[in-house]
Design a protein around this ligand. Sequence first.
Ligand code: MG
Ligand code: MG
Length: 375
Amino acid sequence: MKITLSTIKADVGSIGGHTQPTEKMLQAARERIAQACQKGLLLDGMVTHTGDDIALIMSHTHGDNNKDVHLFAWDTFVYATKFAQEAGCYAAGQDLLVDAPSSNVRGAGPGVAEITFEHAGKDPRRAEAFMVVAADKCGPGAFNLPFFLAFADPMYCAGLMLPGLIKGFTFEIIDMSTHDHADHVIMLHAPEDYYKIAMLLRDNERFGIKAIYSRAYNEQAYSASTDRLHNIAGKYTGKDDPIALIRTQGIFPAPEELISPLVKAHFVGGDARGSHVMPIMPVAINTPVTGPYCVPIISSLVFSLSAEGKFSDQYVDVFGQKVWDWVRLHAQQKAIEMRSQGWSGAAMLPYGELEYSGYRQTLESLLQEFKVVQR
Ligand code: MG
Ligand code: MG
C-alpha cells in the first residue's frame, strides 16, 4: 500500500510568552485528528508540541501536498487558535499568515514535511520505521549540520559503510532566500559532492536540506520544512521552527546514528526574539521553552508503522530519557558561555538576519543621525 506520512506544524499561540500551547488548544487538535481518522481522511494521527509549536503527525493514502489533508491541518490550527484567543494567549494565530490557503499550506505559514512510499512489507523494507524531529526557537538551518553528518559522514553513521548504504545519499538543498512562489533547489550527491554540500549547508540562514534520497534504492529518507516565514510575510513573524520526517533503519541510518551528531549541542540562529546564536538542547516531547534566554530545543520521536498505516499506539521519546541529561547540561553550559557576551559579535545574528525584526528600525533611526565630517 502507498502511504504518505505528513507532519504539519504551527505556532498558533502560547502561554505567557513563547513557551507552550494550552491544554485546550492541544485537546482541540486531538479531537479534530480523531474525527479525521473516523471519517477516513487519515489512517492515523497524533498531536504533540515542541515548545510553542503544535505538530500534527499523520498517515494517509492521499500523497504529498494533498489539498484535503493540508486544508484539514489548516482548519485544525484555526480551530486551536480560537482557544488561544479565548485564553488571551500570546501570538494567537501567529503562523497563519494568509486568510485561507487555496490548496496547500506551504507558503501560508505552517511548516510541512511529507514522504510518500510503498509500504511493501518486503525487502529492502520489511519493516517501516520513522522518526519525527521538531525544533523550536531556531530556523530550518538548525538541521543542516546534524543530518548532513548522519547521512554523509561515517564518523557519525558507521552504517554508511554497509552494502545497502555505501552508494551514499542524494541531498536536495534549497535556497531559502528566494521570494517567489517556487523552490530553488540543487541535487548533490554524497560522498563525491561532500565539500560542495558543506559549502552550501555552512550557511544555516540561506540554505537548508529539503530532502534526502537513498542512491542505491531511490527511496526518500528525509523531508523537512524549509520555508522562511519572513520571506512570506515580509516582516519578522517568529522564527521558522522546523520539523523533519526521517525513515530509519535498514537501508537508511538507524535512529542512534541519526541523533548522534546532536550530542554536540551545536550553535544555531534563533533563541530570544529569533535574533541570537545559542546551542540547541535535546528535550522530551511536549516540553515548554523555559531554558535560559529561550535556549533552542529539539525533540525526537520514533515510530513503527503497521501495514495498515497505524503508528500512534506506542512510540519512543528519544530525548525524554536520562541518558540525554549530560547533553542537556553541556547545552546549558554552552548557552551560559555564549550569553556571557550578551549582544557582542557572534552572540547575536548578523544584521542581514535581523532585517525583519524591530532591531532594524532602531539601527535605521540611528543611521539617520550620523553626520558626515570631512577629514
Ligand atoms: Mg512563538
Ligand atoms: Mg515556535
